[in-house]
Write a protein that binds this ligand. Structure first.
Ligand SMILES: [Zn+2]
Length: 190
């Protein structure tokens, strides 16, 4: 949850997405039911299982339509829920989904122009700053890198190593040569 109010356009998109997804999933289930259960029973009554499995590619494509619609519907439903919750992955998924619609609109011209315009508008909308910020859009790569604590310009210097050949008296602290056995100041044995 972002805690920010959901923009009206996002709300509309999410609701349409969820409704569409639900309807698509139900249609897919209905088609699957009819093809696999009703027609399947009928076909089984007339043919052997081997004959059914060995059906041509067209039959297999037809049989795949139901599950594909169901999966797509569930996918849309999940995107819709994600959009409502302001999840950034849902925004990305919606952009990709509408990009596919946008491109496939060109395959169905002239009526495909409707899909191109709608998908184009939705994609444009999803890139507007207000919508981006609602989705807590992941930071662009450059700023993600700069979010890493910058290297300190002058790293804290390690304490200077004690000078070679020098030691300090354990008793009075006087500096003396490392090899000295007694402190020259207080005479303490080192
Ligand atoms: Zn000393």
């Amino acid at each position: 949850m972002s805690g920010k109010p959901t923009p009206a356009g996002v709300l509309l998109l999410a609701i349409l997405d969820m409704l569409g997804g639900l309807i698509l999933a139900l249609i897919g289930l209905a088609i699957s039911y009819i093809l696999f259960v009703e027609v399947g029973d009928l076909a089984l009554a007339q043919a052997s299982v081997e004959e059914l499995i060995g059906q041509n590619i067209l039959t297999q494509i037809v049989l795949a339509i139901g599950p594909i619609l169901t999966v797509t519907g569930v996918f849309l439903l999940v995107i819709g829920i994600g959009l409502l919750k302001g999840k950034s992955w849902a925004r990305i998924a919606a952009i990709m989904y509408f990009a596919v619609i946008f491109v496939s609109g060109f395959l169905f011209l002239p009526s495909g122009i409707v899909a191109i315009v709608i998908a184009g508008l939705v994609i444009y909308y999803l890139f507007t700053p207000g919508v981006k910020s609602f989705f807590g859009k992941p930071q662009p790569i450059e700023s993600r890198f700069s979010a890493v604590p910058p290297m300190p310009l002058s790293p804290p210097l390690p304490p200077p190593p004690p000078e070679e050949g020098i030691k300090y008296c354990g008793s009075c602290g006087t500096e003396m040569p490392r090899e000295a056995l007694f402190c020259p100041e207080c005479g303490e044995k080192q």
